[in-house]
Design a protein around this ligand. Structure first.
Ligand SMILES: [Zn+2]
Length: 518
């Protein structure tokens, strides 16, 4: 080993991520990325150094090792429909052009991606990109890819990349660590300390998204076992991806890519051991959740027994979760807040540009009657008509994440002119209205609008469980609610045509239907 800084390496980094819900009709365009995150070239490290993101983690390692990275892009959009081809080509060309320009002196390629990107013309957006990079660099240059654990991993991704490294947590609290892990693997591969090889199995089962929660429950057991298997000599990385089932694509599914040091048999053995374990636990990954009326009755009852200093009852509204392609304008729980006379409750973020305009016209402190939510389509509940209330505050919609959030501490949000609308019993129900679809995974959304979330009795967030990272510590109770929408939790609500079948629990499968290693 050399003393001092290791020899300089030429590494191209490109981050391009989207979780595509193929049940959402409108395609996602460059404007959707720009609305969320689009940093180009040197703006990538300027904005992401030190952040809780995979790119932030990659930069951490590069800084420690005194490596100058070649940055190209970091772009991601709120989950939604398929990425249109023009947008896909624009971002992937930024990466491919840098790879081509530097191909002579290139040592490695680092791609912080998601794994569930579907484009207009390809159901495997990441696989197509990784393969395109591979086609330029040839077999010798290592390509390491980090993934969200909601990625639907394709065989093409496994074949084209040297190593796939997924988040280990959901809520995703290890984004930067994942970037660091990926970057460390890449450096070892560049220095020929390792020769990564992969194998991936697909247990034919769906994990209901809330059951993919890693701090407890079945996924905690699977992750524990994965971490344990990683201790074996020669194992470089064991990833567990329950996948994203709001995508009707052939690649959809639960996958277990395992990276070893030049030992394909070991990779296969470990991937199979874990796949079999997931299969034996499949029933634990399925659950029924209460519908809105029942959930709010329960919350009201709990609230009656609460001490004043108890934290809020926090609730997830699955169906309109914008983090999964929902419209973020679901009305089924808010309607129960109003109908059941709930007090001191909050709902955020309600996507409703029309209501925002009406509140701006009314002005702060003034009463106004508006129609709220349910305007995107017929999937997320009917519009709540003629809601009387008053405009408590209007903000520019800018705030920085401060919590232990899935969205990343330190990340800047800019959701557009945002309204705090007070309605319901004693005007004590706060609805945060915004002109963009954005996740309220970080509780700073409430503080930026003058409402400390800890002081509310009930908080409902359109989310699966990603919001729990920031909200669970302050909560007295968590209630997950089965609501309709394009991100509804029950897969039986969707008409699939292209996913691999048979698949539990959509199809009847017997214990011995899997595994069949053949
Ligand atoms: Zn995810």
């Amino acid at each position: 080993m050399l003393d001092g800084p290791i020899m300089s390496h030429t590494i191209v980094v490109g981050a391009f991520a989207h979780e595509t819900n193929t049940f959402v009709p409108e395609p996602v365009t460059r404007a959707d990325f720009q609305a969320r995150e689009e940093h180009l070239y040197e703006a990538v490290p300027e904005n992401l150094r030190g952040t809780e993101t995979a790119v932030g983690g990659v930069i951490n390692v590069a800084d420690e090792e005194e490596i100058d990275l070649i940055h190209t892009v970091s772009a991601f959009a709120t989950p939604g429909g398929v990425v249109d081809d023009e947008t896909y080509e624009f971002y992937t060309d930024l990466i491919l052009d840098a790879v081509k320009e530097n191909v002579e002196e290139l040592d490695g390629v680092m791609l912080p991606l998601h794994g569930a990107m579907v484009t207009e013309s390809d159901s495997d957006g990441e696989g197509r990109l990784i393969q395109a990079v591979r086609d330029v660099v040839g077999e010798e240059i290592p390509i390491v890819v980090t993934l969200d654990l909601h990625g639907n991993v394709s065989e093409r991704m496994v074949e084209a990349a040297d190593a796939l490294v997924a988040y280990e947590t959901y809520p995703h609290l290890d984004k930067a660590k994942t970037g660091e892990r990926g970057m460390r693997l890449l450096l070892k591969a560049i220095e020929d300390d390792i020769d990564p090889t992969m194998h991936m199995e697909r247990p034919p089962t769906i994990a209901y998204q809330p059951k993919a929660y890693t701090p407890s429950g079945p996924m905690a057991e699977v992750m524990d076992r994965a971490r344990h298997l990683e201790q074996r000599s020669g194992v470089l990385k064991v990833s567990v991806l329950p996948g994203f089932y709001h995508a009707d694509i052939p690649e959809m599914g639960f996958t277990i890519p395992v990276v070893t040091d030049d030992d394909p048999d070991l990779a296969r053995e470990i991937s199979r051991e874990l796949a079999e374990f997931v299969w034996t636990m499949r029933e634990e990954f399925v659950e029924e959740y209460p519908k809105p009326a029942e959930a709010i009755q329960k919350a009201n009852k709990l609230r009656a027994e609460m001490d004043p200093e108890d934290g809020p009852i926090v609730m997830a509204e699955f169906g309109s979760n914008p983090g999964g392609g929902g419209a973020s304008d679901g009305t089924t729980v808010l309607r129960e807040f109003l109908d059941q006379g709930v007090e001191n409750a909050g709902w955020a973020i309600m996507y409703d540009p029309e209501a925002v305009e009406q509140c701006i016209d009314a002005g702060v402190g003034n009463r106004v009657t508006i129609d709220i939510g349910g305007k995107t389509d017929d999937n997320h509940g009917e519009t709540i008509k003629d809601v009387d209330g008053y405009v408590k505050a209007i903000t520019d919609g800018r705030y920085v994440n401060t919590g232990t959030s899935h969205s990343g501490k330190g990340v800047q949000n800019d959701i557009g002119t945002t309204v705090r609308f007070q309605c319901g019993a004693n005007d004590s129900v706060t609805v945060v209205l915004a002109p963009t679809r954005a996740s309220a995974f970080d509780a700073e959304i409430w503080r930026h609008i003058g409402q400390p979330p800890e002081r509310l009795d009930m908080i409902c967030i359109p989310s699966l469980i990603a919001f729990l990272g920031d909200y669970e510590p302050m909560s007295s109770e968590v209630i997950l609610i089965d609501t309709p929408g394009t991100s509804a939790v029950n897969p039986a609500r969707f008409d699939y045509e292209r996913i691999p079948r048979p698949l539990y629990p959509l199809d009847d499968l017997a214990d011995d239907d899997y595994p069949d290693w053949g």
